[in-house]
Every structure is written in C-alpha cells, then in structure tokens.
Design a protein. Structure first.
Length: 101
C-alpha cells in the first residue's frame, strides 16, 4: 500500500509525504507505483527548478516535500500534486491511501 499524508494549515498545504509500495504487480510492471512515482518526481523537479522554497527529501521508498516559505507558486504545484494523487486513489483505492492531517 502506498500511504500519503497531506498536512495542511489554514487551508494551505505544508507537507506532502508519500511512502510504501502499491504491490499491484511484479516489480517493473506495477502501474500504480509507476504513476505515483511519476507524479512525485515531476512535482519535486518543478518545485526545485522554480526555487519555490520547499525542502525535498527523497529516501528509501519515501518522498517528503515541506513548504517552508508558503509562496503562491509552491501552493499551486502542491495542490496539483494533491489532485493528481487523489485521482489515482479514486481508481486504485486498494493500492493507495491518502490522509489529511
């Protein structure tokens, strides 16, 4: 199961944390893992290239993005991330779980 925690304060996203494996299929053929990985790495690349003031930590089976500066550009990208992940969850809820904290 891929577990995603989206932390918000006053309606703004302060942190997105994604960890785990979907285990939908064999390694290299898991479409849910591939989709979530593509979303997260695309979001990380966008925030990094925009110099949006976010801290990005990529570890073993885990990505955490923390929005320290709370600028508007970062919020647009993080809200896009949230929408994309929720779209995956709508179709593949047995493999990905999103919680808001």
């Amino acid at each position: 199961m891929i577990r995603t925690a989206i932390r918000k304060k006053d309606g703004r996203i302060t942190e997105v944390k994604v960890s785990g494996h979907a285990e939908m299929g064999d390694e290299g053929t898991d479409l849910v893992c591939a989709g979530v990985s593509a979303i997260m790495f695309g979001i990380c690349n966008a925030l990094d290239r925009m110099d949006a003031g976010c801290e990005i930590h990529i570890g073993d089976n885990e990505i955490t993005i923390s929005d320290k500066e709370q600028n508007e550009a970062a919020q647009v990208v993080l809200k896009t991330c949230e929408i994309q992940l929720k779209t995956v969850e709508e179709v593949y809820s047995e493999f990905i779980e999103i919680t808001e904290v």
